[in-house]
Design a protein. Structure first.
Length: 148
């Protein structure tokens, strides 16, 4: 890996089934979106994402899905009854592992309400991870040991 950027060598090192899943997902994305949106999703895998959070989220969800994780996300406009300041993604992985993930673009800032919520969750033993690219989510999957 060259810094935080994916290289062809990095992709070649992925297990064949994960590469196939990524390729299939990218083909689906490409067939349903314009080429520029496809490139945006690829870019969101690499550096802090300067664009829209929904593209970053799609890339992070792809990483979770391809790694065998299940996740939950409720969009802000549909969050009636959802506590204010809650993390964007709650992910459940093998071995009773759980990740609380807040997605932020390169310009995104954690609000005061989010800070209070995240501090309260951390006090209960559930830290919230602020992720600015999909590579960070991949790192968490490989290195984080938070469990139920």
């Amino acid at each position: 890996m060259s810094g935080d950027r994916w290289t062809m060598e990095d992709l070649a090192k992925l297990p064949a089934d994960v590469r196939r899943q990524i390729e299939q997902k990218l083909l689906l994305v490409n067939s349903h979106r314009q080429e520029s949106n496809h490139q945006q999703m690829l870019d969101a895998l690499e550096a802090p994402w300067p664009g829209k959070e929904k593209v970053l989220q799609a890339a992070c969800e792809l990483v979770l899905r391809c790694s065998g994780w299940q996740f939950f996300h409720m969009p802000g406009h549909a969050a009636i009854g959802n506590p204010c300041g809650w993390p964007d993604l709650i992910a459940f992985g093998p071995g009773q592992r759980v990740l609380l993930i807040e997605l932020k673009t390169a310009r995104g800032v954690v609000s005061d309400r989010q800070k209070k919520t995240f501090d309260a969750l951390a006090a209960l033993g559930w830290p919230v991870h602020i992720c600015r690219n999909a590579r960070h989510v991949e790192w968490l999957i490989k290195n984080n040991e938070e469990r139920l």
